[in-house]
Design a protein around this ligand. Structure first.
Ligand SMILES: Nc1nc2c(ncn2[C@@H]2O[C@H](COP(=O)(O)OP(=O)(O)OP(=O)(O)O)[C@@H](O)[C@H]2O)c(=O)[nH]1
Ligand SMILES: [Mg+2]
Length: 309
């Protein structure tokens, strides 16, 4: 190595994943990190919190890189409740404090909602060149040639640092995306241990896993008025005993969550328990209850109590 050659250094940085609801941001975060950090579902507005997912790469030939991905709620164009307003604030705050941004759109084309998110990017991003466009769900695109005009049109819209077609669900082209993002990480020492994959507690992750199963098993109308609290968490004798409450905002929703003879609630609990056991690596006894708290998603105190700050 000649003296003039720069010494390769460790790079560490925050990368926000933003986009409209349901484009696959959380699926992408999980695929990049290789862990079920952020919950996903077919329903829009699944993610409500800022969730970090950490990927540490220490290849022999290359300097170490630590990507700290920030999953964000899908940005919504209208505020339906205090909760949606909070979710949008979470997106704005994340954008302001990161080193790089992945804007996720659907590979089938731009929508008005995507443009709204593009307009949300801090003005200095264009100059800094720290935004990568990920065109997700390429597995749904029958004609790959159709992507070419979309790539060209996207480059016209904004000076993206790179445009990468991906499939988060099938794990396609994720290394290409990481290679582009790696260039945008600033030099710096890792902030998380190599085996740490999120900043969130197992308690938070467990509550989210229960919410995920409820989102997946319940009808369209319900999930937006549903949240989960963990009321008891005891670990011992080789197992964990957890009590959780699914909180709904209407009396009529309680019966729907419970289902005929309790079947729905049992299934939500069974699926969540399997995932929580994997998380804590021991058998779990999960007790679930349903409670009504009217109008909680518009109630400042309730939002705070349920962890939406
Ligand atoms: N076909 C296909 N589906 C995908 C892909 N990525 C995500 N999905 C699906 O898209 C839906 C939404 O995924 P999420 O990851 O929850 O989307 P999100 O952008 O985080 O949604 P919000 O949190 O609600 O904003 C789920 O049903 C995913 O399985 C993909 O690459 N291909
Ligand atoms: Mg999400």
């Amino acid at each position: 190595m000649s003296a003039a050659e720069p010494i390769a250094r460790t790079r560490t940085g925050f990368v926000a994943i933003v986009g409209r609801p349901n484009v696959g941001k959380s699926t992408l975060l999980n695929a990049l990190v290789g862990e079920h950090v952020s919950i996903t579902s077919r329903k829009p507005q699944t993610t409500r919190h800022r969730v970090l997912g950490v990927l540490t790469r220490a290849a022999d030939a290359q300097p170490a890189r630590q990507f700290i991905f920030v999953d964000t709620p899908g940005f919504q164009r209208t505020h339906k409740s205090l909760l949606t307003r909070r979710m949008n604030e979470t997106v704005r705050a994340a954008l302001a404090e990161v080193d790089a941004i992945v804007l996720v759109i659907d590979a089938r084309g731009w929508t008005r909602e995507d443009e709204t998110v593009l307009e949300l990017l801090p003005p200095e991003c264009a100059e800094r060149g720290n935004v990568v466009l990920a065109l997700n769900k390429t597995d749904e695109v029958a004609d790959r040639d159709a992507l070419l005009p979309l790539l060209a049109a996207s480059a016209q819209r904004f000076p993206f640092a790179a445009l990468v077609p991906i499939s988060a669900e099938k794990g396609r082209q994720l290394d290409d995306l990481l290679a582009e993002l790696g260039k945008l990480l600033p030099e710096g020492e890792p902030l998380f241990d190599a085996d740490q994959f999120t900043d969130r507690s197992v308690r938070f992750l467990a509550a989210e896993l229960i919410r995920e199963k409820a989102f997946r098993l319940l009808g369209d109308e319900l999930p937006y008025g549903l949240t989960v609290t963990i009321d008891r968490w005891e670990e011992g004798e080789g197992r964990a005993v957890i009590a959780a409450t699914l909180v709904v905002d209407r009396e009529s929703h309680k019966a729907i969550v419970i289902g005929a003879h309790g079947a729905k609630l049992r299934e939500i609990g069974r699926l969540a328990r399997i995932d929580i056991e994997r998380l804590v690596d021991k058998p779990v006894f999960l007790e679930t209850h349903v409670r009504v708290r009217r109008g909680w998603s518009d109630d400042e105190r309730a939002l705070k109590q349920f962890g939406y700050e």
